[in-house]
Design a binder for this molecule. Structure first.
Ligand code: BGC
Length: 758
């Protein structure tokens, strides 16, 4: 194709909007894709299926290892290729995508190289923008997904995902590897912070909100990105809590718990999907036609493209040993429905050979290429592959985005315990406040998938407490080091001495998931634990502070749940801050001093210790028929727990006596703020199927809503139950709606209703 023909197609396509769920493919896009595919060589086609790590990132990695990274050096990560050869591959049209490109300048440079190729097909650039585009310096960092889940606020999550899309696109990436739809049920797994927690409905609803926000079908192309739902499937429940270890789960559990969020996000139009590192019931997800072709595409209707996870195609031979050699890995993954290989040059050659040898029909390649090109057209990439670097500056960390990040942080923080009204802090009783703890003045509040952010864009807990402290309150800081893994014993002794002279201590402890602090990490990707107590010797610090005799407020900064039984019993107040993002310290300070009333709720149960794992609120009725001896069978806190500085009374639960086929009925309840302050209550509605042919959970969340109430105010809240939400996976593993009695629970109110058969 000549340059002018390419531009002609581009301008025709300029106005394409993103496709929403179930919408028929746009015939103009289909025609453009067909036209292009018909003119592509096999190498150009296979090139579209290859994603490489950004060249600057590769050079940085080489430099860190002491290797000079000139263009003629071999790429450390891809030893068989030099930087110059990789650039040449882009010019030849043999690269479809990059990841880890973190500046607009580099994104533009790579796109310029692609423009030199014969067909000028733009690159799609992917990035892990999972709570803001936080691998980019200067981005707005929103609370980590587990904190977002604690807000139970779909509209807020959609809004901040729109903002994330804008910041991401402005920096030259058009594809966010998000949302993470893993249902998290194992606190040892270091990636819990990337998830929306343990409840399938909540994970699905927030996943849908994120897909909508990122893909924003009605927005201009330069304001939207492609979402990527991940990781299919169930890597969040590995047999031993270790990332990438085997998952062994019944098809019933997969269909009842792990698949529903995917089906919901697919219905919302999710345009891409990433397979999971793990094997699933003996078959690696990267070579699993049942999962990808039959279930997600066939049953779920997924129409986008599938990308592998990092290095996982080759791991079919090197880790899982289901393939005898690397060529076989490419073959198996193509059969398994893979469209793009995230990482590694060998894939290109192997796939070309497989086609030339006749083992893989070229039509199979065309299928993947069409899916990828379709996404590129729909993103408007053919028209505007380049971005304006000045615009990127303006969009990023704008006042509006900061306001959203602050709102999200305020709503995400959960008050777990508050003895005798310790909080909000009383400026008279707590005039001299000591702040300490290894995470009190660090960026650990940003969580995982973040690269270093400018100091002046992050409010640490200490800074937030200082800002919010009323006049007359003296805040002092004892710096006991900034390591989550080790607090020096001498620092513990000195911190306790300082606590003894203060009126109250606020100690900030927990996990460090900052990926650039490799030597101190205690959580995050590939950082899993066999124990869920406070890491290192942080418990000893808390114990010494409590022994100093003054009230201790413990603030937890973490992604995965921390089961610190001693801390819960002995602290005066406990706050679960999760990883509240750029303005997290401000939100925390405001909550401690009562400027903001806490309203977050736990999206995941906090076990007492690792031995309780597989404790989740929606367990089967027989799970606690017998109890543990010597220790409690109850977790520290159940899903949904969260306190407020005011109190709410529930009354007058009303719903129809029967729900018939196709119906979606209102369930109303009155909520009164019976306390002294304004506050937001999170109304959670659970349902139990009283008798079913296969076992069903003791209760399952069916709807939720936030309501803001002034002191003394009463409002009626309307929630909804739909007939088809009451299906269960029947004996034949198919969804079935069984007539009979159900029970609904909202706060302390409960009622029964009858489900009428379809
Ligand atoms: C993670 C993915 C991520 C990818 C790219 C992998 O190791 O599992 O979630 O999107 O890396 O950074």
């Amino acid at each position: 194709m000549t340059f002018s023909r390419s531009l002609l197609i581009a301008s025709i396509l300029f106005s394409f909007a993103a496709r929403t769920a179930g919408a028929a493919p746009d015939p103009r896009v289909e025609a453009a894709v067909s036209d292009l595919v018909a003119r592509m060589t096999l190498e150009e086609k296979v090139g579209q299926m290859c994603q490489y790590v950004g060249i600057e990132h590769l050079k940085e990695a080489a430099k860190r290892k002491g290797k000079v990274a000139s263009n003629n050096d071999a790429i450390g990560m891809y030893p068989q290729m030099t930087f110059a050869q990789l650039e040449e591959k882009v010019r030849r049209g043999e690269v479809g995508s990059f990841l880890h490109v973190v500046t607009a300048a580099e994104a533009n440079r790579l796109q310029e190289l692609a423009r030199e190729s014969r067909l000028q097909i733009p690159l799609i650039i992917g990035i892990d923008a999972i709570h803001g585009n936080a691998l980019v310096r200067g981005a707005t960092v929103y609370p980590a997904p587990i904190g977002l889940a604690a807000t139970f606020d779909d509209a807020l999550v959609e809004r901040l995902s729109r903002e994330t899309a804008r910041e991401t696109r402005a920096h030259g990436a058009q594809w966010a590897f998000s949302p993470n739809l893993d249902v998290a049920r194992d606190a040892r797994w270091g990636r819990v912070g990337e998830t929306f927690g343990e409840d399938p409905l909540l994970v699905g609803r927030l996943g849908v909100a994120m897909v909508r926000g990122l893909q924003a079908p009605t927005a201009a192309p330069e304001d939207r990105v492609l979402a990527c739902i991940k990781h299919a499937l169930a890597g969040s429940q590995p047999v031993n809590g270790l990332n990438g270890a085997p998952t062994d789960l019944s098809e019933r559990t997969l269909r009842s718990v792990f698949l529903p969020p995917y089906f919901a996000a697919i219905r919302a139009g999710a345009g891409s999907l990433m397979t999971a590192h793990n094997e699933l019931n003996g078959v690696p997800c990267h070579a699993n036609p049942w999962l990808i072709e039959e279930v997600l595409r066939g049953e779920g209707g997924f129409a986008g493209f599938v990308v592998s996870d990092w290095m996982d195609v080759q791991r079919l031979a090197t880790v899982h040993f289901v393939a005898a050699d690397l060529k076989e890995t490419a073959y198996q993954t193509l059969l398994g429905g893979m469209d793009m290989n995230m990482h590694g040059p060998g894939f290109f050659q192997r796939v070309v050979e497989l086609v030339r040898e006749g083992r893989v029909p070229e039509a199979r390649i065309d299928q993947s290429v069409r899916r990828i090109l379709r996404a590129k057209f729909e993103l408007g990439l053919f028209d505007r592959p380049l971005v304006d670097e000045a615009h990127a500056e303006q969009v990023t960390f704008s006042p509006a985005h900061q306001a959203t990040a602050l709102e999200a942080a305020r709503k995400s923080i959960v008050l777990l315990k508050n003895d005798a009204g310790t909080l909000p802090l009383d400026p008279v009783r707590s005039r001299r406040i000591l702040v300490t703890g290894p995470l009190a003045d660090t960026h650990a509040i940003l969580g995982d998938w973040v690269l270093p952010q400018p100091e002046d864009q992050v409010t640490t807990p200490l800074e937030g407490i200082r800002q919010a402290a009323p006049a007359g309150v003296e805040v002092s800081f004892f710096d006991c080091g900034r390591s989550a893994q080790r607090v020096e014993p001498s620092a513990i002794t000195a911190a306790a001495a300082a606590a003894a002279t203060a009126d109250l201590t606020v100690v900030v402890v927990g996990d460090n998931e900052l990926r650039y602090e490799e030597n101190d990490k205690t959580g995050g990707e590939n950082v899993d634990r066999s124990d869920i107590e406070l890491p290192g010797n942080q418990l000893a610090l808390v114990q010494a502070l409590v022994a100093a005799g003054k009230p201790v407020v413990v603030v937890l900064v973490n992604g995965r749940p921390l089961g610190s039984e001693w801390t819960v019993e002995r602290c005066a107040a406990l706050i679960e801050a999760f990883q509240p993002g750029s303005l997290g310290g401000q939100a925390l300070g405001e909550i401690l001093f009562g400027v903001v009333n806490p309203s977050g709720r736990l999206p995941i149960t906090i076990p007492r210790h690792a031995g309780q794992i597989q404790v989740h609120y929606n367990h089967m009725p027989s799970q606690y028929f017998h109890k543990y001896v010597l220790t409690s069978s109850d977790p520290l806190f159940w899903f949904g727990h969260g306190l407020s500085y005011t109190s709410f009374r529930y009354s007058n639960l009303r719903l129809p006596a029967r729900i018939g086929p196709g119906e979606s009925v209102p369930v109303t309840v009155d909520i009164t703020n019976t306390g002294p302050r304004a506050g937001e209550e999170l109304v959670l509605m659970y349902v139990r199927d009283l008798v079913s042919s296969a076992t069903t959970p003791v209760k399952a969340l069916k709807d939720y809503q936030r309501v803001a109430l002034a002191s003394g105010e009463r409002k009626t809240v309307e929630l909804r139950i739909a007939h088809d939400q009451l299906a269960l996976i029947g004996a034949n593993l198919k969804p079935v709606i069984e007539p009979g009695m159900f029970q609904v629970f909202v706060g302390d109110q409960t009622e029964k209703f009858e489900l009428v058969a379809p």
